[in-house]
Write a protein that binds this ligand. Sequence first.
Ligand SMILES: Nc1ncnc2c1ncn2[C@@H]1O[C@H](COP(=O)(O)OP(=O)(O)OP(=O)(O)O)[C@@H](O)[C@H]1O
Length: 371
Amino acid sequence: MQNIAKGAFAPANEQDFVVSFRNIEKIYGGVKAVDAVSLDIRRGELVCLLGPSGCGKTTTLRMLAGFIDPTGGEILIEGQNVTRLPAYRRDIGIVFQNYALFPHMTVAKNVEYGLISIGMKKAERQDRVQEILRRVELQHLADRYPRALSGGQQQRVALARALALQPKVLLLDEPFSNLDAQLRVRLREDLHGLIRSLNMTTLFVTHDQEEALTLADRIVVMNQGLVEQIGSPEEIYDAPSSRFVAQFIGSCALLEGNIDGDGQFTSHAGFQLQTSASPGTATIVIRPEYVRRSEELPTLRSYRAHVDASDYHGHTSRLQLSVGSDKLLMDARFPVGRKPNQGDLIDVAIDPAGVRVVPQQAQEWRKQNTI
Ligand SMILES: Nc1ncnc2c1ncn2[C@@H]1O[C@H](COP(=O)(O)OP(=O)(O)OP(=O)(O)O)[C@@H](O)[C@H]1O
């Protein structure tokens, strides 16, 4: 099997894989919505498909669910080729974006529904419903109808319904998109804890990078049907494989230029920075939290920067800076009353830990990772 990713969950052997996508492809009217996606998901792993609208993440999820037939490639669940199996024979639980609860059924009946359809006996069914409602802390709402539940409670019913059938894999399609910002964060933590405690193998789709970074063991960044990078949240953030990944995950400055034989980078506009990279044309990524006040890094080179914009965000301030005609971003805390304002000049230094040289495209990363 291909060694696809080198994340924290690099699998030990094939038996550990619950899901394998092998060169999966979907073509719609001549356009590749999903292009040669390969991915192995290990038992108990939480993997996120992340990317902008239209990048192919929902199509990939739905091919695993059995709702869309791939144009090419294979999908395996616990080693069995399920590519041509109908959805109901794949042992998959799904929580849809809009939860898709039955409005005329109580919470308990919603959860019980799938168990009736597989012919489970009444006593066993009722035990299972009780057990799963207890796990998602909804026992007290068992007799309510969906319309009398909050968004977060509806989400938990949908989750309970999916888990009741004890699926091999849980699929979540934008699980938090219908919730307000505060509830989103709380439910994210709840869901994380629950999935972890059940050791549930989970694939979820989101376009929200923060959701992916906080929830996933590994993130699959997709762009125009292709996998740009697969890695742990730290790898994706700290070592992006391409300009696209660097810009899509978090904020950064991207500077184009050349690296000489001593590792010195010079941008096209003349900004210079010492790196340890090999010579050649290069794009460097500088994350804003690594741009610091010069006085904090007195041994490093200092740059005089013009403050183009200065925004207070509570825990930090975000400054947009110009050094010559190159642009940098800076996230920093300033003592009360000392936040620089637009038009000020400040001296900054760049912590080398936050500087990465990235390839122009993801091809290089894919080549190295045999995708
Ligand atoms: N049934 C279809 N017929 C034709 N094209 C389709 C169909 N479904 C999806 N596509 C196209 O395939 C591409 C991938 O769509 P997909 O829904 O997988 O993207 P996505 O990353 O999930 O986007 P979003 O976040 O907006 O849901 C898009 O260009 C989309 O227009």
